[in-house]
Design a protein around this ligand. Structure first.
Ligand SMILES: Nc1ncnc2c1ncn2[C@@H]1O[C@H](COP(=O)(O)OP(=O)(O)O)[C@@H](O)[C@H]1O
Ligand SMILES: [Mg+2]
Length: 313
């Protein structure tokens, strides 16, 4: 552990858009990965999986914003795309042109972790590990994932955010396997809530913490694409309904907003848009993740002004 460099020292600082492709070098492994005892000591980073039952609910959007929000508060954060074959975290983070090596390359020893981590250009303590474009769904192994997480931890990261693929396939299983916490992303509709229930079952049984017994994973609910207007008309389920069905603590309620698409098209995590309620809602979620309680916002329909009430609108 004494040899561990800091996360910032670890990474090649790329200031130009054009990244030279470095020749593969033998993998340097930190001492922390050498034995179970050392490993246990080394795992100081908190591993948070962002997961869901259904696809397309907002996991990648959430992973990017939570990672940014934590890093903006001075935490060292690595965010990893586990969606093999379908990488898009790099797009949402705006670093797709700087991807040279990916998660699978690190696991296979084609490059070092240091070569694959992409340092964010906006926040010094934020790093992205992109997913591979390979079609081979078996490219991730439990042992490989563990080694990368242990090495990140030994290198001084405070948080590792694992952006999970949807459902119950291998990538989703590996994304949650070593987690300390889970953020279960749900949309306020029946199918999304029902599929989350399956994921909660897996979190409670198919993770390292569950298998070892003792302290289980801390689970949080993050409700996104929430539209107070559609809740009022009965088209969507309310925060209270979802919370009651899933029995989880609510870490955030994120409003439905076109700001999300604008942000992902620009490669800027939406939490960085100071004008957006989505950013405020994600920032509140970060505050709650850090253990502080703040009231939920944006869950009521805004009151209409007199003019709108008289003339419609
Ligand atoms: N709060 C939101 N408001 C509007 N659209 C959203 C919101 N969150 C996510 N989306 C959109 O939903 C789609 C899926 O989001 P994404 O984060 O890629 O989900 P996943 O990673 O779960 O597949 C994207 O088109 C994204 O722009
Ligand atoms: Mg995704």
């Amino acid at each position: 552990m004494t040899e561990a460099t800091s996360a910032t020292d670890l990474v090649i600082d790329e200031t130009s858009e054009d990244v030279a492709v470095a020749p593969p070098r033998p993998v340097e492994r930190s001492r922390a990965a050498d034995g179970p005892a050392a490993r246990k000591e080394a795992r100081t980073a908190e591993i948070i999986v962002v997961t869901s039952g259904k696809g397309g609910v907002g996991k990648t959007t959430t992973s990017a914003s939570l990672a940014c929000g934590l890093a903006r508060r001075g935490k060292r954060v690595a965010v990893i795309d586990f969606d093999i074959g379908l990488r898009n975290l790099d797009l949402v983070m705006g670093c797709e042109r700087r991807v040279v090596y990916d998660f699978v390359n690190v696991i296979n020893g084609d490059c070092t972790l240091k070569q694959a981590l992409i340092k964010d250009k906006r926040i010094d303590t934020l790093f992205v590990l992109a997913a591979s474009q390979t079609r081979d769904k078996d490219a991730l192994s439990a042992e490989g994932v563990r080694r990368v997480l242990d090495d990140l931890s030994a290198d001084g990261f405070d948080y590792i955010i694992c952006d999970s693929p949807a459902g119950i396939e291998k990538g989703a299983h590996l994304a949650m396997y070593y987690a300390d916490r889970a953020v279960v992303v749900v949309n306020p509709e029946v199918s999304s809530v029902r599929d989350s229930d399956r994921i909660l079952g897996l979190l409670a049984s198919k993770t390292e913490r569950a298998e070892k017994g003792g302290k289980g994973i801390i689970e949080h609910l993050l409700l996104t694409r929430y539209s107070p207007r559609r809740v009022a008309t009965g088209e969507m389920m309310s925060v209270g309904d979802v919370k009651e069905i899933l029995g989880l603590d609510v870490v955030g309620v994120i409003p439905e907003s076109p700001d999300v698409l604008t942000a992902s098209n620009a490669g800027t995590p939406v939490i960085l848009n100071a004008e957006s309620d989505v950013a405020r809602a994600y920032d509140d979620a970060v505050t709650r993740l850090l253990g502080e309680s703040v009231p939920l916002r944006f869950i009521e329909e805004p009151k209409k002004g007199l003019f709108a009430r008289m003339f419609g609108g």
